[in-house]
Design a protein around this ligand. Structure first.
Ligand code: PEP
Length: 251
C-alpha cells in the first residue's frame, strides 16, 4: 500500500521570518497527529538548515536541488552537495524540476547523476519529469516521460530512496491541469516504464506524485486518480490555508 505524499516546493520564495513561520505552521498541523499521508516541504536553500532545525515530527524537509558533481566537497562555487544537504538535516531533495531543466539546461543525464548523489548521501530523490505544451500537442507526452524515466532514474532506485513527480510543464503555475483521464494515462505509463527499469516489486511500491496547479478545489479529484500517490505543490504551498487545504482532502 503506497502512502500518499503531500509535498510543497517553495521555489525561490520566502525570507527568514515568513519562511520560518510557514514551516512552523506546517509542523504545527502535523504535530501529534497520526496522519494517513506523509508531508514534505522544500524551502529554498537559504532556509533549509533553519527549517530543519525547528523541532518537528514526521514531516520531511527537502532541498530543491543538489550539486551534480560526484564529489561531496571541493572547488564548485555556488554548488551545495547532497552530503551538505543531508548534513543540514534534510531528508529529501527535488531533482530535475522543469524550471531547472529549462533555465539551467539540465539534461536527463545530469538529473540522473543528481538523483544518484542524493541517494548515496542518504536522501530520497524526488525526480521530476513532464512534457511541454508542444510535446503534448504533438501527441508525444508518453514518449517524453518514458525517455525521461529511462534517462533520469538511477538503476539503483528503490521506493525508499526515490519518488517520481509527474509535472506537465504547461500545468506548472498556469492554473491549467490535465484531465483526470490524461493524468491516469501518464501515471500508468510511468508505472510501466518503472517496471521495465527497476522490476515489478520496486515499481509497484514507488510513489508517483502529480504536480501542476494543484489547489484545494482540485486536489481531491486529482489525488483520487489511479497511480497518483500524492502531489507536488508549488504556488499553493506558500499559504498554509492552501497547502493544508490540499492535504486535508486526504483526511
Ligand atoms: C511546481 O513547481 O512544482 C508546481 C507544481 O507548481 P504549481 O503548483 O505552482 O503549478
Amino acid at each position: 500500500m503506497r502512502r500518499k505524499l503531500i509535498a510543497g516546493n517553495w521555489k525561490m520564495n520566502e525570507l527568514k521570518t515568513e519562511g520560518l513561520e510557514l514551516a512552523q505552521a506546517v509542523f504545527d498541523k502535523c504535530a501529534g497527529q497520526k496522519l494517513p499521508f506523509d508531508v514534505l516541504i522544500c524551502p529554498p536553500m537559504s532556509l533549509l538548515g533553519m527549517v530543519a532545525d525547528l523541532p518537528h515530527e514526521v514531516v520531511g524537509v527537502g532541498s530543491q536541488d543538489v550539486a551534480c558533481t560526484t564529489k561531496s566537497a571541493g572547488a564548485f562555487t555556488g554548488d551545495v552537495s547532497a552530503t551538505m544537504v543531508k548534513d543540514l538535516g534534510a531528508t529529501h531533495t527535488l531533482v530535475g524540476h522543469s524550471e531547472r531543466r529549462t533555465m539551467h539546461h539540465e539534461t536527463d543525464e545530469v538529473v540522473c547523476q543528481k538523483a544518484l548523489n542524493a541517494m548515496n548521501a542518504g536522501l530520497t530523490a524526488v525526480v521530476c519529469i513532464g512534457e511541454t505544451e508542444i510535446e503534448r500537442e504533438n501527441g508525444e507526452a508518453l514518449t517524453v516521460v518514458a525517455r525521461q524515466i529511462k534517462g533520469s532514474v538511477p538503476k539503483t532506485a528503490t521506493a525508499d530512496n526515490c519518488v517520481i513527480a509527474y509535472e506537465p510543464v504547461w500545468a506548472i503555475g498556469t492554473g491549467k491541469t490535465p484531465t483526470t483521464e490524461d493524468v491516469a494515462e501518464v501515471h500508468t505509463a510511468i508505472r510501466q516504464e518503472l517496471t521495465s527499469l527497476l522490476g515489478e516489486k520496486i515499481a509497484s511500491q514507488m510513489r508517483i506524485l502529480y504536480g501542476g496547479s494543484v489547489k484545494p478545489s482540485n486536489a481531491k479529484e486529482l489525488l483520487s486518480v489511479e497511480n497518483v500517490d500524492g502531489a507536488l505543490i508549488g504556488g499553493a504551498s506558500l499559504k498554509i490555508e492552501d497547502f493544508w487545504g490540499i492535504a486535508a482532502t486526504q483526511l
